[in-house]
Design a binder for this molecule. Sequence first.
Ligand code: BG6
Ligand code: MG
Length: 215
Amino acid sequence: MTKAIIFDLDGVIVDTAKFHFLAWKSLADELGYFFDEKVNERLKGVSRMRSLEIILEVNGATEKFTDDEKAEMAARKNDLYVSFVKTLKPGDMLPGVEEFLSRAKAAGLKTAVASVSKNAPLVLKCLGAADKFDYVADAARVTRSKPAPDIFLDCARALGVDPADCIGVEDAQAGIEAIKAAGMYAVGINVDVTSVEPDLQLRSTAELDFDKIVK
Ligand code: BG6
Ligand code: MG
């Protein structure tokens, strides 16, 4: 029986996935490196530094930069990303999310956010949504990033719910793998599936129908 719903943030609660893309694209353009939507799919759900490494790998530039230079590039990307995030305001959740959340609350389900983004608290604050969830995982405390199940298990533990009674909602392949590895039911939002399939794939958050998904 479903007792909790655990949401990814970027690309599920809010359309910040496009902000991540634009900020990485700007850095890649500055460096004269290739970066497109397909490469961007691989960055979804993975940490900031790992994302940079993937872009460098794709461009055969893994060995080109020192750790300090990589940290500086990641910080530059983040500054631009944060400037985009600051344009978010209450009401900017993706279609269907707010209603789905209210229905979950009304039905007595617990809710949590499982995002590996260090900017998650800022994003939720800009959306005026910080207190809409029972728990927000602290990305800084989760050592193994998605596709490891850790962040979803951390949420289940904090909510006091058995993972088997949780639904996880994700837009990234790494996230679906994490949800399934945690032993939860996985709802995919337009996931570009390359390995593990979600239990239910939706085209967008507008299809988050509480009565159909929660049993
Ligand atoms: C995830 C995004 O939610 O957070 C990734 O899907 C991003 O694309 C990751 O790299 C880390 O985010 P941040 O805000 O800590 O750089
Ligand atoms: Mg996401």
